[in-house]
Design a protein around this ligand. Structure first.
Ligand code: PTT
Ligand code: SF4
Length: 603
């Protein structure tokens, strides 16, 4: 189909074998690209393996819109079997590497095996080499980016891991451009386990499309339309950071390891404070909206802030100084650690210390302690070693009932919304296909503006709609969702772009349901096949939200109701065509063309 390179590049690091394969048109039609291609490949090729063994594979995928001259199309999916969760894992990163990948003539790169020594992969159109990572291994992601640019020039796309990934921290991410991060469920650790420090791509070809003039015309009007939106000017000032005040207003800011929903010192870390100290903006290639807010940290070094990073490394740890939070954020970027899981792990350790479950004194809001713990996580020392495997694993070591306030679902740490009084958002975390992220089903704003405390079936219905669009179609097309969601740019633009790029009619109503459900069901089937014990408890949020309400704020003492959550979950399963353990039925899978998946999953 037009718009696709139609090529998959496969590199085996164990034996150096490189091959190029055709991507069948059927796969393009049924799975679109990005997340769709990734889950199809993992389902077919990565079965029952240890995620940190050489049998795992890591997949870099664009979609048909990636790199086209349309707004915010500079993104890529990085996917693998997750060493943090044991299930399907991926992340969506904005990077020049996504554009170079497509210019080099590929939609997908699959990396398998393990290099005998630290290495990096260099892709220059048809020329593919595995090079020694001498002088790179052990360097942080910023240093490694500089070294690689010096060697190969600035006109390349670079994906790189830091010491976090090298040392197999289970929530190590892949970094690019000193501020873009992707692959929360440990995609950086998978690269580390393969001795793969970086992927460097230079593509010099033209990205194919059906009607180039039409694409350019749509792009021109698209960029202009986004810039004309009422909320655009405020977005440029604060980006996602305005959410700190919104969460305070709605008592859902994660504070002191999600014990509270409001933070008394929030004005030290909110969007207004950001505006006072902001020095610039950064973002992904082809972006209209640059959401990376740059501030100088307490060492006077630049650090790029988003809401999630600030909430998890700020209020969740009792930290009240934005420049100090920025320093912790910069450490995470340099070391290649996910800021959300990192903030949750540090909060977990501080609470364990407060409760006397560990002997070390790790006080809330203690900046020195937070810095030391981060270095200990990467070097595998003391408490740092325990929390380097995520809060689920840490709770098993520490005991004392700590699993009740280990804030994760399926092993992935919860992102920055405290849901003791948001049943719909709790269900979203519960059912997201990579574990507890807000990305697929950000139902919380609608929930709070309608009937916040309801457990009505309409929440399950609404969540499935969001997951189909955000979690499936947008992730398969591999474009940034912010223009569509935050600027209200309108999903109806997607069929126009798709038709100009592929030359085929793109029926939105049909696609988002069939392709969306196909991708979601295959991700679910992957979890079931890879985890013998899978059952409905895996779709539950942490015990804390059912057991303890916050001690202050307008929703003081509020908790989730276990029986009602269970009913909401049952409705969700029913609407999806899954059984009462969250397992897709044979009929559901076959209606989506996923033949043989049921038998294999059950086996
Ligand atoms: C995403 C997750 C997020 S979601 C944030 S802030 W966010 C954290 N950012 C991190 C960071 O920074 N450094 C770091 N060391 N770790 C980090 N972990 C966290 O990772 C990101 C933006 C953001 S900022 C969001 S919401 C949107 N997410 C999108 C998405 O998921 N899909 C999509 N099609 N478009 C999206 N647009 C927005 O992208 P993960 P990025 Mg990201 C410094 O990685 O694994 O998906 O987790 O990619 O290029 O940095 O853009 O308030
Ligand atoms: Fe990247 Fe942010 Fe722009 Fe989206 S809005 S493309 S995440 S910089």
């Amino acid at each position: 189909m037009k718009g696709y390179a139609g090529k998959l590049l496969r590199v085996n690091l164990s034996n150096g074998k490189v091959s190029k394969e055709e991507i069948p048109e059927k796969m393009q039609q049924e799975f679109l690209g990005g997340r769709g291609f990734a889950v199809k490949l993992l389902w077919d090729e990565v079965k029952k393996v240890d995620p940190l063994s050489e049998k795992n594979k890591i997949i870099f995928c664009g979609g048909p819109l990636t790199g086209q001259a349309i707004p915010n199309a500079g993104k890529m999916i990085i996917a693998s079997k997750s060493p943090l969760t044991g299930g399907y894992g991926d992340g969506n990163i904005g990077t020049m590497a996504s554009i170079h990948l497509r210019k080099a003539g590929y939609d997908v790169v699959v990396v398998e095996g393990k290099a005998p020594e630290p290495s990096y992969l260099m892709i220059e159109d048809d020329k593919v080499s595995v090079l020694k990572a001498q002088g790179l291994w052990g360097k942080n992601t910023f240093e490694a980016q500089d070294i690689l640019e010096e060697k190969h020039g600035k006109n390349v796309g670079i994906l790189v891991i830091g010491p976090g990934g090298e040392n197999l921290v289970r929530y190590a991410v892949v970094m690019s451009q000193k501020g873009r991060a992707g692959g929360r469920p440990g995609m950086g650790a998978v690269m580390g386990s393969k001795n793969l420090k970086a992927v460097v791509i230079r593509g010099t070809r033209t990205i194919p499309n059906h009607d180039d003039n039409k694409v350019k015309e749509l792009a021109k009007t698209g960029y202009a339309e986004i810039k004309a939106k009422d909320s655009y000017a405020f977005w440029l000032r604060q980006g996602t950071m305005s959410l700190v005040d919104w969460c305070i207003e709605n008592a859902c800011l994660p504070t002191y390891n999600f014990r509270e929903g409001v933070f008394e010192h929030y004005q030290g870390v909110n969007g207004d404070m950001l505006e006072r100290i902001k020095t610039g903006r950064r973002g992904c290639p082809m972006c209209t909206m640059q959401c990376g807010n740059v501030v100088n940290d307490s060492n006077n070094m630049p650090s790029e802030l988003d809401y999630e990073n600030v909430a998890m490394l700020g209020p969740n740890l009792g930290m009240k100084n934005l420049r100090e939070v920025a320093l912790l954020n910069r450490m995470a970027d340099e070391l290649g650690l996910d800021t959300i899981s990192l903030g949750s792990c540090l909060g977990f350790a501080m609470e364990a210390s407060e409760k006397g479950l560990i002997s070390e004194k790790l006080g809330w809001g203690d900046f020195q302690v937070a810095q030391r713990l981060i270095t200990d996580i990467v070097s595998g020392r003391g408490v740092g070693q325990i929390i380097s495997k995520g809060v689920r694993a840490a709770a098993e070591v520490i005991g004392g009932g700590s699993h009740r306030w280990a804030m994760h679902v399926k092993g992935l740490e919860i992102s920055a919304y405290n849901c003791y009084a948001c049943p719909g958002m709790a269900l979203s975390y519960g059912t997201c296909p990579i574990g507890a992220t807000h990305k697929d089903g950000w139902i919380i704003a609608w929930e709070i503006s309608t009937d916040r405390l309801s457990y009505g079936k309409e929440k399950a219905e609404r969540l499935i709609e969001l997951q189909r669009v955000r979690g499936a179609i947008i992730e398969c097309l591999t474009i940034c969702r912010f223009p569509f969601v935050e600027m209200d740019y309108g999903f109806h633009k997607i069929p126009e772009f798709m038709e100009a790029v592929t030359g085929n009619r793109f029926d939105w109503e049909d696609s988002y349901k069939t392709i969306g459900d196909r991708v979601y069901n295959l991700m679910r089937a992957y979890w079931v096949r890879e985890n013998n014990q899978f059952n409905r408890k895996w779709d539950y949020p942490p015990e804390r939200w059912f057991e303890e309400g916050p001690s202050q704020g307008k929703l003081k003492d509020m908790k989730l109701d276990r029986g009602k959550y269970d009913q909401l979950l049952s409705w969700y399963y029913e609407l999806r065509g899954w059984d009462q353990n969250g397992v897709p039925s044979q009929e559901t899978l076959e209606n989506l063309g996923l033949t043989n998946v049921f038998q294999e999953m059950k086996r």
